[in-house]
Structure formats: structure tokens, C-alpha cells
Design a protein around this ligand. Sequence first.
Ligand SMILES: *Cc1c(COP(=O)(O)O)cnc(C)c1O
Length: 339
Amino acid sequence: MKKATRSRMDGVALYSPPRDEVAIDLSDNTNLWGAPPSALLALSHPGASVATRYPPAYAEELKSELARYVGVAPECIVTGCGSDDVLDCAIRAFGAPGSVIAYPEPTFPMVTTFALLSGLRTAAVPLRDGYRLDASALLAEKADITYLCSPNNPTGAAFSRAEIERVVSEAPGLVIIDEAYAEFSDWSALSLVSGYDRLVIVRTMSKAWGLAGLRVGYGVGAPSAVHGIAKARGPFKVNALGNAAAIAALRADEAWMRGVVGEVRDIRAHLTEQLRAMGLEPLPTDANFVFVPIAGAPSIAARLRQLGVAVRGLPHGIRVTVGPWPTMQTFLEALARCV
Ligand SMILES: *Cc1c(COP(=O)(O)O)cnc(C)c1O
């Protein structure tokens, strides 16, 4: 019998980290302080038309609010069903089958999946000693698309401004900078957008803004670049509830979001100190998670889960979401029983 799917799908698996109920979930870097109050209010009394009518095709009002938030013109914004969708559409819009996408490794794994599904070839360039960016090796790939995640998931640190500027100015094709964790960091590449036509910065309402369940992401770039992504995306990708909640949050709750970010930054410093006191060597982080290199990380993650604390177990370490201090204490106590 003929196979049902294209052969390029053979190497693609479903996204399937363990997701069953656990007392404290520090595995997916979502906002453990909750959601913006204005967003919850916007969700609480939706009229029937929210269900019966289509949402705005390209989320024009949401684009205006996002544009104000990041300080660009609305025509520099494209939205999507989570930033995953924006990444997928950017790769589809700029990558022809057979073209190359280069990225540092380790990084956000969905990029590989989207690239394979669109028929691209992948060039994974290992981070150097101390998990630093090897900009020369990345640029040597002369890729059609270069992807950088900064702050990088799963390692946590942002790449330096000089390194990012070098990649953006020397890469021959599109550069995508995934800034899912930008709010927790000291620096964003947003200011580079006005100088480069082939740069798209991808962001999300899922992390600092606490709206992961509503699936709202966006891209920021030159109008010609984001227009191409919007065409690859198609209409109605931001659903009516996500649209309403995100607009409310951007209008009324930036201070709420900044408050959470301030707590995350204090707690991640304290968490890092406590991990060092245990003899571990957590990597520097500019995000709302900490990567702790550790031998046997997958089995440590499995034991932590049995103790009621979920973290992400990766080949070379565990990645822990920063949450309110009591959850960090529970994690540290459980970890002490596992190492
Ligand atoms: C969480 C995450 C995303 C996905 O965010 P959504 O907007 O929820 O799709 C994208 N990139 C990175 C690096 C992430 O960690």
C-alpha cells in the first residue's frame, strides 16, 4: 500500500513531552503568576458573536496594539496562532524546498520540525564552549534562512548585541530572531528591524504575558517581510477569544506584566545562588528559566516528576521554569533528594 504522507514527514514526530498532571509544573516556561486580569475579564462575558462569527482576518486591531507596545508601525507586524505559527509561516514564505536553514544547537526544536515539513535542509551549528554562539560557523553555512533564539531556549542566555548585529548584517538570506523571552532580558534586537529588510523578530504572548492557552504570537519586521509571512499564514489564525484577551492585556496590563518580570528576575538570581550552593553550575540566564547541566538529566527529571515537580529533562541537563519562590523551594528540596 502507498504511504499516506510525503516521505519528508518520516523523520517528524509529534511534540510529546510528558504532560500529565503534576503538583508543580516547571517544564514549559509559561507564566506561573497567572494571566493579566484584563485578559481574564475579556474572556468572562463573550457575546455569542465571538463563537458564531469569524474573527478579524488579519487581526488589524491587535496589530495596532502590538505595534504600539514594541514601538513600530502596524504594517511592520504579522500575527499568528502562537509564535510557532509565525515561525512555520516565515519558513514557508522564505524557504523553498531544498533551501537551507541554519541555527545554533541546542535551540528551540520546533524550528527543525517546521523546516523539515517545508522541505528545507537543516544545518545545526553547535554552540561553542560555555554554550556561546559561533557566529562565524553559522555564517559559513550561507543559509537561505538563519534562525537565532535569544535568549536561547534551552540554555537561557541572550546572545550579545555585537554577535547578533554581525549575523544580521552578514547573513545572505532571511534572519529570524526568536525573542519568546525578550521581556525577561536586558536587550532586544527590535531596534535593528528598521535597518534590515530581511530580518524578522518573532515574539509571543505565551510567556511573560501569561496567555499560552490562547495562542497569540507575532512577528516584527520590514513591511515587505511581514507581508510575505501573512500571505503564507492565511486568514483567521488568531481566534476571537485570543484576539480580545490579547488586546485587553496590551491596553491595560503592561504594568502587571512588568511586575511579573521583576519578580522573575529577582527569583532567578536567588535560585541560581541556591543551585550553586548545592554544587551545581546553572548557566547564566536572561529568560524565565534556568538550565542546569547535570549527568543523567532525563532520569533526574523522571524522579522529580514522581516527587510532584515537573522540569524538562534534556540530554545534558534540566531546564527549570522560574516561578513564585515557594514553588522554587519545593523544587530545590525535591532536587536535593535526587542528586
Ligand atoms: C515557548 C516558545 C515559543 C512558542 O510560543 P507560542 O507563541 O506559544 O507558540 C517559541 N519560541 C520559543 C523559543 C519558545 O520557548
